[in-house]
Design a protein around this ligand. Structure first.
Ligand SMILES: C[S@@+](CC[C@H](N)C(=O)[O-])C[C@H]1O[C@@H](n2cnc3c(N)ncnc32)[C@H](O)[C@@H]1O
Length: 388
């Protein structure tokens, strides 16, 4: 149904309701005083209707309905907590989507699984999924909600609720024993927690330029990770502008996660507070692709030769996804003399194709698309390997 028809139907319903209310009980709403005429959520919907109907074609109406419906969460199990959270959640019907992959690409539930495949134009991927990352979800079509996490005797919480698709960029990062890892835009910390669950990291640097969000990240870390680990010199926290990282620490990290600020499509459609479609934030929104490009380039420079970088967003927008990666690969080669290879993530996403809806045949990277029966995402990710 077109936006215009939907609006007309809605208006008719409102008028019908008004007819049922006796005139003396009707309250005349004060538009200007009570609400803005164009709330950011409506502006976001207008913008998405214009761009995504072209980008996604006939799939846009179903993606749109999913985006406007309640999202689904996953519960990341905290291995540092002593509560038997996993068993408890399993008894409620949840399953770990990482160990219960889809038939033909089965890893053992408590062994490392290796994903390998060849592709003609992209680097073959070889990812060893850590058996320690566990994320429980309710079955497809089941929209039950998780209960809040409870602390164990040491005060550590048992699970962290996040979009289950957000775990995928962390799996794609393929952390191996002793790796040095940079999480360039880390707050509020869902992906940092996921990376820490591997218990393989040699040194982790978590950064976020926003002071308030960096404080939130610290709070999350203290609620989930033992104090002795946080005080260890294996973890460093910072609050720098990530775009300058290439000037500070070049050719250093085995793995870099660049989970950039974006139009956060779901949030932009559901919440007027802190919404990037707020009229006053138009400049910030239009500058996003440039900021994303600079952050990705900084992440590429921070990785060591042979190191790997995962770029991720939670938007469907091509201009913030494929275009950014495309420009970064070009600029890394032309301006910084760094050659990169795109790593094929299709074997990884294939393993999880019954949990998530993936965009078919994306030319660059992989994307989880929201769907009413599996209402995760959007999450876009693309993996690059530094050759020089
Ligand atoms: C999508 S959020 C990251 C989410 C986080 N990775 C997680 O999983 O919880 C993007 C983050 O980038 C941060 N950010 C924005 N501009 C930045 C910059 N120039 N350098 C570093 N971080 C930045 C924002 O404060 C925000 O916390």
């Amino acid at each position: 149904m077109s936006l215009l028809m939907e609006t007309r139907l809605l208006l008719r319903k409102v008028t019908d309701l008004r007819c049922l209310t006796p005139k003396r009980h009707r309250v005349k709403e004060k538009w200007a005083a009570t609400r803005t005429k164009h709330p950011p959520t409506s502006l976001a919907l207008q913008r998405f209707d214009a761009t995504y109907s072209l980008q996604l074609g006939e799939t846009w109406p179903s993606v749109r309905s999913a985006l406007l419906s309640e999202r689904k969460y996953g519960a990341l199990i905290n291995n540092f907590c002593h509560n038997a959270v996993q068993a408890e959640l399993q008894s409620q019907g949840c399953r770990d989507f990482i160990s219960h992959t889809d038939e033909d690409a089965q890893p053992g539930s408590d062994q490392e699984s290796e994903v390998q495949a060849e592709s003609s134009d992209q680097q073959p991927s070889s990812i060893q999924i850590s058996p320690n990352i566990k994320c429980l979800v309710f079955p497809r079509g089941d929209i039950s909600r998780f209960k809040p996490a409870r602390p164990d005797t040491h005060g550590l919480l048992g699970h962290y609720l996040m979009d289950a698709a957000s775990v995928l960029p962390c799996l794609a990062l393929d952390i191996q024993e002793g790796h040095t890892v940079l999480d360039l835009c880390a707050a509020p910390g869902g992906k940092t927690l996921t990376l820490l669950q591997t218990q393989r990291i040699g040194f982790l640097c978590v950064n976020d330029s926003s002071v308030s969000r960096a404080a939130r990240l610290q709070k999350v870390l203290h609620s989930y990770i033992p104090r002795e680990f946080l005080n260890d010199d294996k973890l460093r926290s910072s609050c720098f502008d990530g775009t300058t990282w290439g000037e500070i620490e070049r050719n250093t990290f085995n793995r870099v996660l660049v989970d950039v600020p974006c139009t956060t499509d779901r949030h932009s459609l559901m919440e007027d507070d802190n919404n990037i479609f707020n009229k006053g934030r138009m400049g910030e929104r239009l500058r996003l692709p440039q900021l994303q490009l600079e952050l990705l380039l900084a992440g590429i420079q921070a990785a060591c030769p042979g190191g790997e970088i995962v770029y991720s967003t939670c938007t469907l927008a091509q201009a913030q996804n494929q275009s950014v990666v495309d420009q970064a690969v070009h600029s890394a080669r032309e301006d910084h003399g760094i050659s990169l290879q795109v790593v094929n993530l299709r074997p990884l996403t294939h393993m999880f194709r019954k949990t998530f809806h993936f965009a078919p045949d994306l030319p660059l990277g992989e994307m989880v698309i929201p769907h009413l029966a599996a209402n995760f995402g959007p999450i876009y990710m693309c993996k690059l390997k530094r050759l020089t």
